[in-house]
Design a protein around this ligand. Structure first.
Ligand code: GLA
Length: 420
């Protein structure tokens, strides 16, 4: 894949050379070719898959191994009923534990929890939504169900026949099944095997001719962000699993620093699915998690109990100003501009020259006696800045060095339409 990237570069370089106005004399004295008739119509470029970070809902964070066909239908119904679909949540993704057994021809069947995958896909599509599924490059998924090793093309075709729109491909047993068997103790060789396995499924998906979002889940090993886009990866997990605890969410956030340059339309860093509304996260923690994932241009895959979603959780997940930051068409991921103790200031450049600023109090004990002071100059901003506070929806003016009191684990998220 690195070879194909350099080949691509070489072709571009040759093209640039040929069209260069300073091309050598030999190119200039060539006979002028007869003008070609103008094409009747210019073929349209295929739309970019995942031009903005995918949004939807995934079954794992709430249901784990208990998910059924009924839960997926209910999730689709609730995405529509709650307004989440209108807010942009389009994918309904079945995670692990849908798989049954392979038949004598190697065709994988669903298990009893999912009696008819094609009918389920049709149902989800009938709601104006898309459907995702889960497998992996090993013999088994993480939950021990059959995965795709040796059946990649067959499985990709099956997904396309069912009408699947998204595949999460999870490393799991590939380590034991292939890496440790074929290249024991040789990490570089193991990593080459892993890249080849993801490439195989990437090509198999492309060969179906159906646009299927390809989500790599191999926990950020071996700088996946460098090689995933070339094999058709639309997103790639950058870390191990998330869970609904602030410490874990913050640890994952911290690991995203430095990855911004790898994100862009069609290819995104994935700090894992949302835990908003799960576990015992406080309201501030739910908000900060969502706000920071938007700053990261992260896929927004809710993972909560949709039929029982509390209004305050719905308000977070459907905050259109925050979603607009996440989905900004430039696709530039935010970065940490500076920190002051446990308070961090992140910025994200948006289309139209706008700027988002997130001020996160990641600590437990900063009080009004010593408020944080926002240093606008450190963000390249001069003088007062008119902004919108995206939590309250109110206009605010940021002034140089202004004191800001932020509760523990809370975030001030603002958008400045015209930064000065
Ligand atoms: C891994 C993944 C999770 C989930 C489970 C399913 O742990 O990282 O997101 O898909 O497998 O078994």
């Amino acid at each position: 894949m690195r070879t194909s990237a350099s080949l691509c570069f070489a072709v571009l370089a040759i093209a640039a050379f040929v069209s260069s106005p300073t091309a050598p004399a030999a190119a200039q004295i060539a006979p002028t070719p007869a003008p070609k008739p103008a094409p009747k119509s210019t073929p349209k470029a295929a739309p970019v898959t995942a031009a903005t970070p995918p949004m939807g809902w995934n079954s794992w964070n709430f249901f784990a191994g208990k998910v059924t066909d009924k839960d997926i239908r209910a999730a689709a119904d609730n995405l529509v009923a709650t307004g989440m679909k209108d807010a942009g949540y389009i994918y309904v993704n079945i995670d692990d534990t849908w798989e049954g057994q392979r038949d004598a021809d190697g065709v994988l069947h669903t298990n009893a929890k999912f009696p008819d995958m094609k009918a389920l896909a049709d149902y989800v599509h009938s709601k104006g939504l898309k459907i995702g599924i889960y497998s992996g490059p090993g013999n088994k998924t993480c939950a021990g169900f059959p995965a795709s090793l040796g059946h990649e093309e067959q499985d990709a075709k099956l997904y396309a026949d069912w009408g699947i729109d998204y595949l999460k491909y999870d490393e799991c047993s590939f380590t034991g099944d292939v890496l440790e068997k074929q290249a024991p103790g040789d990490k570089p060789a193991q990593m080459r095997l892993m890249v080849a396995a993801y490439e195989k499924m990437g090509h198999a998906l492309q060969a179906t001719g159906r646009p299927i979002v390809f989500s790599l889940c191999q926990y950020g090993w071996d700088a996946v962000w460098e090689w995933a886009p070339a094999l058709g990866g639309n997103l790639w997990r950058t870390t191990g699993d998330i869970n609904p605890r602030w410490d874990r969410i913050y640890a994952i956030l911290s690991q995203q620093d430095g990855l911004a340059k790898y994100a862009g339309p069609g290819h995104w860093n994935d700090p894992d699915m949302l835990e908003v509304g799960n576990g015992k996260l406080s309201l501030q923690e739910n908000w900060s998690h969502f706000a920071m994932w938007a700053m990261l241009a992260s896929p927004l895959l809710a993972g909560n109990d949709l039929p029982n979603m509390k209004p305050e959780i719905k308000a977070i997940l459907t905050n259109s100003d925050v979603i607009a930051i996440d989905q900004d068409r430039l696709g530039r991921q935010g970065t940490r501009a500076y920190s002051d103790g446990e308070v961090e200031v992140w910025t994200r450049h948006l289309s139209g020259g706008a700027l988002a600023i997130a001020v996160l109090d990641a600590g437990d004990a900063r009080y009004s006696t010593h408020p944080f002071h926002l240093d606008l100059a450190k963000l390249g901003l001069h003088g007062p800045q008119k902004a919108k506070d995206l939590k309250t929806g109110n206009d605010i003016t940021l002034t140089p060095n202004m004191p800001i009191e932020i509760a523990s684990h809370d975030t001030l998220l603002v958008r400045i339409p015209s930064p000065k």
